[in-house]
Design a protein around this ligand. Structure first.
Ligand code: SF4
Ligand code: SF4
Length: 512
């Protein structure tokens, strides 16, 4: 079990709504972004002079730009439906981690400056000035929201706390109060092309190594091409897929699927990142700059299609905003969706009977599936509503013999966040990450006890990294989290590759 310098919550069999304990997470804040990380994103390096006035001006600008923000701040009736729906509240007991509590941090300032009642009678309507103390609370608690949108599913008015958190982060960035983890990463994408700062030659080395590994394992030459001009498909995937575990096993799987489909494909060293942290900091401009790299890579390489690898928020940005951020995509083949998810691609081949699987290759695992928030609640997949839930499950069923879902209240649209989304996947927030993972880990633990589940599959790079880090805090193994296309990779029988049964039959024949 991983050691913690904080109390790891005990797992319960039945969901427990905790008693309030004010201020339990007031100490939790991510590291501040330094001036060298702020500058490339267009933000001041440190808290600017006259920051209160500038922050209120920025809030006014956002209220004008995003009508939803004003509606959300105006329409809460304090019904309480959302209060016990946030994994961070359930894991920390802190009332400011209740969605409505988090919203109120901004709502109070909004009322003070943008409503008549708040200007005239602030005390009567709970209005508040933006003091340094309030700003500190914003920095702390708007970085305790993974922008998962679970609360919005239960709010009768559909109030989306994620959008309020994004706006708060954008306001803070604009006055020089940025978060190191997100802003440093976005800078790396601008400079090198991906979140991890992996240069082209390192990517080429990794891909060459994967080709050798697959050849050793299967006897089949599967290619993992980089910067191949004229390829039909550009695969845009999170950079974690190039080296992290279990992500890289997913990348191996994508390559095998493309190989069996007989299509030419390529990765790009210029757009070697599907993730788009511009969304986490609420910055449309940074989101656009990151997305533009994909457009340039697609044009430079002359591809006809774009496929996204397994990454939750990348898929949200791609599915919901890619056209407005970096379109029009009229130079791509209109016969295919722009963009397409790797799960759609694989599922389509399965439907057409073009992939052969030996499911027994996954018999050492009993699977469950974690719906990642940004896929589940902020996008779709395929041509039918609910495709984002059904397509990944159909792929698991096609490649594995043993699969059980977790409790209905914790999956599909109601899925719990892994605890590390929304730009919080950083070690300076480990306590929050571990405590926030509790509801998901509880549901996993239950299905482990009841059905003998051993592994959980996911299609999000952040979920995979988060679970491999936090599961050991709950006495589980880090490799209990697997990539969906890792299951595909294990089970797929490549053309020219012999299954174990065929090898055994051949050996028996020779012996006879
Ligand atoms: S969006 Fe998710 S993390 Fe943020 S308040 Fe709502 S439930 Fe909590
Ligand atoms: S569920 Fe919606 S209306 Fe009710 S308290 Fe929460 S945010 Fe406000």
């Amino acid at each position: 079990m991983a050691k913690a310098d904080f109390k790891v919550p005990e797992l319960q069999q039945y969901p427990e709504i905790p008693l309030l304990e004010a201020g339990t997470m007031a100490h939790s804040s991510p590291f501040f972004s330094k001036p060298e990380f702020q500058g490339p994103l267009g933000y001041p390096g440190e808290l600017v002079e006259g920051w209160q006035e500038k922050a209120i001006d920025k809030m006014g600008e956002l209220l004008g730009k995003y009508r939803s923000l004003r509606v959300y701040l105006d329409s809460c009736v304090k019904c309480g439906s959302c209060t016990d729906k946030c994994h961070y509240y359930l894991g920390t007991r802190d009332p400011k981690n209740m969605p409505v509590g988090r919203q109120d941090l901004m709502r109070k300032v909004y009322r003070r400056h943008f409503t008549l009642a708040g200007k005239l009678f602030p005390n009567l309507v709970g209005a508040e000035d933006l003091t340094k103390e309030v700003l500190d609370d914003w920095y702390s608690y708007f970085h305790q929201c993974s922008q998962c949108r679970r609360c919005s599913v239960f709010c009768p008015y559909g109030i989306d706390t994620a959008e309020i958190s994004m706006a708060a982060r954008e306001i803070m960035d604009s006055i020089g109060v940025g978060q190191k983890y997100c802003n440093e990463i976005i800078g790396k994408v601008y400079k090198i092309g991906n979140n991890l700062g992996l240069p082209g030659p390192a990517l080429a080395d990794t891909l060459e190594g994967l080709e050798e590994d697959v050849l050793d394992d299967t006897g089949v030459e599967v290619k993992y091409p980089l910067d191949q001009e004229g390829a039909e498909i550009l695969l845009v995937t999170p950079s974690a897929d190039f080296f992290a575990e279990p992500h890289v096993d997913g990348l191996i799987g994508y390559g095998k699927v493309f190989h069996e489909a007989g299509v030419s494909w390529t990765l790009s060293s210029y757009a070697s990142e599907a993730a788009n942290f511009g969304m986490f900091i609420g910055s449309y401009e940074n989101m656009r700059r990151v997305a533009q790299r994909i457009r340039k890579a697609a044009l430079d390489l002359g591809v006809k299609r774009i496929v996204f690898g397994e990454c939750g928020h990348a898929w949200r940005v791609a599915y919901s905003f890619l056209n407005t951020l970096a379109g029009p995509w009229d130079f791509l083949d209109p016969s295919y969706p722009v963009p397409q998810h790797i799960c759609e691609f694989t599922y389509d081949l399965i439907q057409k009977g073009k992939l052969r699987f030996d499911k027994s290759q996954n018999d050492d695992m009993v699977l469950t599936y974690h719906d990642s928030c940004n896929v589940a609640r902020a996008s779709r997949m395929g041509d039918r509503p609910g495709g984002q839930f059904e397509i990944p499950r159909a792929i698991i069923r096609a490649t594995c013999n043993y699969f059980y879902d977790m409790d209905e209240e914790t999956i599909r649209e109601r899925t719990f966040c892994c605890g590390g989304g929304g730009g919080l996947l950083t070690d300076d927030l480990m306590e929050l990450r571990v405590k926030g993972a509790r509801p998901r880990v509880e549901a996993l633990n239950n299905v482990m006890q009841e059905k003998g589940v051993t592994h959980m599959a996911a299609i999000c790079a952040i979920c995979k990294s988060q679970f491999s880090k936090v599961l050991p805090y709950y006495g589980m193994e880090m490799d209990q989290i697997v990539s969906l296309h890792q299951l595909v990779s294990n089970a797929i029988v490549l053309t020219g590759q012999e299954t174990e049964d065929e090898e055994e039959a051949e050996e028996a024949e020779e012996a006879a």
